[in-house]
Design a protein around this ligand. Sequence first.
Ligand SMILES: Nc1nc2c(ncn2[C@@H]2O[C@H](COP(=O)(O)OP(=O)(O)OP(=O)(O)O)[C@@H](O)[C@H]2O)c(=O)[nH]1
Length: 299
Amino acid sequence: MSEHRSGFAAFVGRPNAGKSTLMNALVGEKVAIMSSRPQTTRRAIRGIVNRDDAQLCIVDTPGLHRPRTLLGERLNDLVRETLAEVDVIGFCLPADEKVGPGDKWIARELAETRAPVVAIVTKVDKVPRERVAEHLLDVSQLGDWAEIVPVSSVKDIQVDVLLDVLAARLPVGPPLYPEGHLTDEPEDVRVAELIREAALEGVRDELPHSIAVVIEEMVEPDSEDAHRPVLEIRAHVFVERDSQKGIIIGKGGSRLKEVGATARAGIEHLLGRKVYLDLHVKVAKDWQRDPKQLGRLGF
Ligand SMILES: Nc1nc2c(ncn2[C@@H]2O[C@H](COP(=O)(O)OP(=O)(O)OP(=O)(O)O)[C@@H](O)[C@H]2O)c(=O)[nH]1
């Protein structure tokens, strides 16, 4: 099987371009609205598409419009920040409307972003084939797109193709959110889960259920002037026996270092910021059978 990919996508386009309908078509019935606490992450997740080979997290963007007012400009700053953080951008251009000044303005904005942009010709069911072909040509001349994909969200035409194209643009990595957990779970639970996943990697057979992770603290550094301060996370990795402690830590701490690096990468991706991760491995004897310990471990 090919490598698993995961990351963030954002959709832009002028009003009525079909962004919401498309996002719903991609995510399916279960649209999970998950807005994280703004001080720790600036991303609000609109929905998550889980496949065997990819996890696509769709970020909410308030809409990129041409600024007419100061408020508009502020909004656009916010959108620009969001776009700077995602892995792939989908630019929606409805087939039943000619490419206009609004689209050109957005295209110029997108030329500045780092992420690859997939131009999406939406609502192809509304117009004859020839018109779609014309529109595709206009769109191709509008900018330097990673790909152009015509779709209909309503008639389910090429939505799966679009998903392939978007997924292919994501970085290689494990799922950022546990499948079936598309709720507004607090961040520390998700952080703990990423650490647990990293700690279990490669040793799942030896200690499948013997690991629990507790976040002791997530601390903002004192210096308020730092532009994007490093979040300090201290966590305990609990195992049941001393022998298991050895497995997690590895020779001279080598494995724990790897666990930390893997978990940190996932956490940084999740929170969208730099993280300092401090892991301590502890033995909590037979914690699975001890209600008092279980309570402490957050079960
Ligand atoms: N026929 C057809 N209509 C569509 C399709 N996609 C969206 N629409 C319609 O187009 C209109 C606008 O779609 P939205 O998804 O709300 O567009 P939007 O870009 O999110 O709009 P804003 O929230 O204003 O930015 C709605 O009436 C949709 O039903 C499509 O594939 N085919």
